[in-house]
Design a protein. Structure first.
Ligand SMILES: Cc1cc2nc3c(=O)[nH]c(=O)nc-3n(C[C@H](O)[C@H](O)[C@H](O)COP(=O)(O)OP(=O)(O)OC[C@H]3O[C@@H](n4cnc5c(N)ncnc54)[C@H](O)[C@@H]3O)c2cc1C
Lengths: 111, 435
């Protein structure tokens, strides 16, 4: 399978995955809105949360793990965090949910 | 569904690589229109890229005179000897080749908002449906007696990176051990509130290794500054008493620069002579904002907080340092964050939709030494139609952090630089290992 074809598949899957989990979350944050929220992470974690020389990549991680980690940062429960606690404190639980769903739906990989 | 259909669905093969989180899908692929972006710095490069990601059918033209952009972020690290100049330079190949942005290396000279057109220095006119201005700052040459463009060749501001930063570095290298370096810092608002204080730390780093008997004096037009406690602690811990800071109340405000004597005069008439003098002068929005009629009496641009469209002129959006966006600071981080929101707002307006709710973050890292950095963060939303910091979020690195914490913030500052530069220009600035 050519690479671009795999990529198309991944993007579509991402969209579908998003919609299904999203409706389950029932929070009314749209796909586009979630993407704009997630984009606030790009400056450190890389475009699409996917960059080798950035801070830890986010794309393609599991929804549960992302959500749990972000909530723990938000509650300042992660020892030794330098900045994520300060940042996560600015997002509501609903927003964190949407962001976790978003990144989990993107294909992992490097930019 | 076969591959060809899928490609059509995603909005044409060429745009495929660009389809990502901020691609708004099938509808946006059909969205047409011409957007001209003036300025290829943090705000402009980001806006141009995300416009194409969100709506590949748009015609996006970026106007920027320089073919290599030197970032102010990490230009202080160049002064301190922590980073080479070539590694803070970024070009426009990715915007051109991967995203299909038309890049024109010229200065935009004028904007005619009535006829929706931009005039380039070469005389050419570009029509637009939406215009984005991200021109950064201009030095306000009328604001400080004795400081003009000619004097700045010998007494650099180095507040736009590149040649100016090189001049400052050469002077520091030429200075004798035991000399005095003076930096004068302006009143608020100005580009990069922690910038002057990071700079003196970096220069102290250089002195401590090469000219340890030298002194640094900061003459400040303010009585307080960004991350002050963290900076003063850091200066003391790392550099002892090498750096002295004088605030406004102690006569730190300067009223005149003497180019011949390499000296400054303070409000109360004291003259300070320097071996190397760095004037960080008063600033205003880049001149093209004036030409477009979007600035107010302050010299900066008032914008509608939700979209960053000018409050004065329709269809002109403004990003970055040029805007009045407090409590967001004038940082590259904010310009990048604003660029994405503006791109989304423009696509929404072209599709006749309501804009999305904006969300911005900021983090300014300041690197005081190779193993010592501090940061300030902010998360911003719209509250009652105004930009506001989300309560309980953001703030400073802890005052009592240990050495390992400060060291890790250096590592993260470097990774942040890689990520944001990659996001805006598609290069980290450093040669990349082949993977
Ligand atoms: C010493 C220093 C350190 C800094 N460190 C940091 C940091 O660590 N982190 C951080 O987030 N920020 C930092 N900043 C701030 C950061 O540099 C700015 O906030 C950022 O560059 C603003 O982006 P911008 O797009 O508004 O302007 P710029 O990035 O300056 O881009 C403006 C561009 O517009 C072009 N332009 C201007 N007029 C025209 C015209 N008429 N026609 C065509 N092109 C035009 C210019 O050539 C320029 O390339 C620092 C600044 C300084 C001075």
């Amino acid at each position: 399978m050519p690479d671009s074809w795999k990529f198309v598949g991944a993007v579509l899957t991402a969209g579908l995955l998003f919609t299904s989990v999203h409706s389950h979350a029932g929070d009314g944050i749209s796909y586009q809105q979630a993407s704009l929220l997630a984009a606030t992470c790009f400056a450190c974690h890389g475009t699409d949360g996917r960059m080798a020389e950035g801070i830890d990549p986010l794309a393609g991680r599991s929804y549960q793990a992302l959500r749990a980690t972000l909530m723990a940062f938000r509650d300042d429960q992660i020892p030794n965090a330098t900045v994520m606690n300060r940042i996560a404190a600015g997002y509501s639980e609903e927003e964190i949910d949407a962001i976790a769903t978003y990144f989990s739906g993107l294909p992992a990989g490097r930019e | 569904m076969n591959r060809r259909k899928l490609l059509q669905l995603l909005g044409a093969g060429g745009a495929l690589a660009a389809a990502g989180p901020l691609a708004s899908g099938v509808v946006a692929a059909r969205t047409r229109g011409r957007v001209v972006v003036i300025g290829g710095g943090f705000g402009g490069a980001t806006t141009a890229k995300y416009l194409k990601r969100m709506a590949p059918g748009l015609q996006v033209t970026l106007v920027e005179p320089a073919s290599q952009f030197y970032t102010c972020p990490f230009s202080n690290l160049y002064l301190g000897g922590m980073r080479d100049m070539q590694y803070i330079a970024h070009g426009y190949d990715e915007l051109r080749n991967r995203y299909g942005v038309e890049v024109i290396h010229q200065l935009a000279e004028d904007v005619d908002a009535g006829s929706h057109s931009v005039r380039l220095a070469g005389g050419e006119e570009l029509g637009y449906d939406r215009l984005v201005l991200s021109p950064g700052i201009d030095i306000d040459w009328d604001a400080l007696e004795g400081y003009d463009e000619e004097v700045a060749q010998d007494i650099p501001h180095a507040w736009k990176a590149g040649e100016q930063t090189r001049i400052l570095r050469q002077q520091l290298e030429a200075m004798e051990d035991g000399g005095t370096f003076i930096l004068t810092a302006p009143e608020n608002p100005f580009r990069c509130p922690p910038g002057p204080y990071e700079r003196v730390a970096q220069i102290a780093h250089y002195f401590s290794r090469h000219k340890p008997r030298s002194k640094i004096l900061v003459l400040d037009a303010k009585d307080g500054f960004s991350k002050q406690g963290l900076f003063m602690d850091g200066w003391n811990t790392i550099y002892g008493d090498m750096i002295e800071w004088v605030g406004r109340s102690d006569d730190g405000g300067i009223v005149r620069v003497d180019g011949r004597e390499r000296a400054v005069e303070t409000e109360f008439g004291e003259i300070h002579h320097a071996d190397v003098l760095n004037v960080v002068p008063p600033q205003k929005a880049g001149f093209i904002a004036d030409r477009a009629g979007v600035t107010d009496a302050s010299g900066w641009v008032p914008v509608k907080p939700e979209t960053f469209e000018s409050r004065e002129v329709d269809d002109i959006y403004v990003v970055g340092d040029a805007t009045i966006a407090a409590p967001m600071p004038k940082s590259g981080f904010c310009a990048n964050a604003q660029g994405r929101v503006v791109a989304a707002a423009i696509v929404a307006s072209l599709e006749d939709r309501e804009p999305l709710a904006p969300a911005w973050t900021n983090t300014c890292y300041s690197v005081l030494a190779p193993d010592y950095a501090v940061s300030v963060a902010g998360v911003y939303r719209l509250v009652d139609g105004e930009i506001a910091e989300v309560e309980g979020s953001g703030g400073l690195s802890p005052a009592d952090a240990d050495a390992d914490f400060r060291r890790r913030e250096v590592e993260y500052a470097i990774r942040w630089y890689n990520a944001i530069a990659m996001d805006a220009w598609g290069t980290t600035g450093l040669p990349r290992a082949l993977s």
